[in-house]
Design a protein around this ligand. Structure first.
Ligand SMILES: Cc1cc2nc3c(=O)[nH]c(=O)nc-3n(C[C@H](O)[C@H](O)[C@H](O)COP(=O)(O)O)c2cc1C
Length: 351
């Protein structure tokens, strides 16, 4: 197995993480505790810019990893065929259900200022015909990134200033976004007050606010950072067309793994016509498979490509995503899943 034994740029102290599959290199010892799953993440950028994951018990990423690694699959190979990965997301066809996640600020973190990882990621997505997501960026930066990319979903912060949100929604519309949304999970700061990002105050999101934003645009509106049936139902009531089941790489201490609540949320939203995406420590194609089998319509890949993106740019990012597609297809073939509409959670077994 190919082990990464250094401080990986983003996934961090991955001494125990397989760089290809993302899986923890756990001994086949059921008594092993969660402490053996090291997902401590050292963020290379300016301190405080991105939440750093500690690898301790309150780090929700640890629990993601344990949850993912304890899902095993049965084989259904008779009649299995090479799978078709094409996926329809919000009415548009893409080459795969993998979507480069809503990340932000990456153009500020490298010492080589000639490189623009946000654009490099957008180009990789465009080249691979994947739906790219973009997080917190100013309108100007967002415009520069999408000018080089393809289809995009813009995720806006829950700013205290509602006019700023409406202005960014409008700008995304003008730039041809496929959808817009808010990362509703970025409300709280570490001090128990509404967070402040880049000096900009964030604020609460009420049902009425969400409804107002969803109604303000003709684009599909997305609530990113849903981790309960309660919020999923509120998002539906507010008119959201999709949600991302996520805890934003562990913003909430002791957050449950998104995939552990995904089936319940899926059930609660059945018949609503809403699409459900998921993210959280999906470091390889096998992880993505598990999310899709558990009911995600598509998945966001953040830290799974960040290391390649920051170290080497577009080409390396494409190579990583291709590898993930291959792993996904391999698992689909082994489990008799012919296309991305045919996932079946009954192949999954829990250790
Ligand atoms: C560097 C970085 C910046 C991020 N910025 C944003 C953001 O601005 N908006 C947002 O909704 N999510 C943001 N996220 C969260 C990701 O979209 C995603 O939810 C999270 O990383 C979980 O996926 P992962 O485990 O595959 O990384 C960011 C993640 C990273 C790593």
């Amino acid at each position: 197995m190919n082990k990464d034994n250094q401080n990986d740029v983003v996934t961090g102290a991955s001494q125990t993480i397989d760089v290809n599959s993302g899986s923890s290199l756990m001994e086949p010892d059921k008594n092993k505790s969660k402490e053996t799953v090291q997902v401590k993440s050292e963020w290379p950028g300016p301190k405080g810019m991105i939440p750093v994951t500690s690898g301790k018990a309150d780090d929700a990423n640890v629990h993601n990893r344990v949850f993912l690694d304890n899902i095993l699959v049965e084989m259904r190979v008779i009649d299995a065929v090479e799978p078709d990965l094409t996926t329809t997301i919000l009415g548009r066809k893409y080459s795969s259900p993998l979507m480069p996640a809503a990340v932000s600020h990456l153009n500020k973190v490298l010492s080589d200022k000639t490189r623009k990882p946000m654009q490099e990621k957008a180009i990789a997505a465009r080249n691979m015909d994947l739906l790219n997501w973009i997080g917190m960026e100013t309108n100007e930066e967002y415009g520069e990134i999408v000018a080089q990319g393809g289809d995009t979903i813009r995720i806006i912060k829950p700013f205290a200033d509602h006019n700023k949100i409406l202005d960014e929604i409008k700008f995304a519309e003008e730039k041809g976004a496929v959808a817009v949304g808010i990362d509703i999970d970025h409300i709280a700061g570490k001090n128990g007050k509404y967070d402040v990002v880049d000096g900009i105050p964030l604020g609460p999101i009420t049902m009425e606010d969400l409804k107002h934003y969803a109604e303000s645009t003709n684009l599909p509106f997305i609530a990113k950072g849903v981790l309960s049936v309660s919020d999923a139902l509120k998002a539906r009531q507010a008119g959201c067309k999709a949600i991302v089941v996520s805890h934003h790489h562990g913003r909430v201490p002791f957050g449950i793994p998104p995939l552990s609540i995904l089936p319940e949320i899926k059930k609660a939203l059945a018949g609503s016509g809403m699409e459900i995406y998921a993210d959280g420590s999906l470091m390889g194609g096998y992880d993505a498979y598990k999310a899709l089998a558990l009911g995600a319509d598509a998945v966001l890949i953040g830290r799974g490509i960040l290391s390649e993106l920051l170290k080497s740019g577009t080409r390396a990012t494409e190579d990583k995503l291709k590898k993930m597609n291959e792993e996904l297809a391999e698992m689909m073939m082994y489990t008799g899943v012919k296309d991305t509409n045919s996932f079946d959670a009954s192949v999954l077994h829990y250790e």
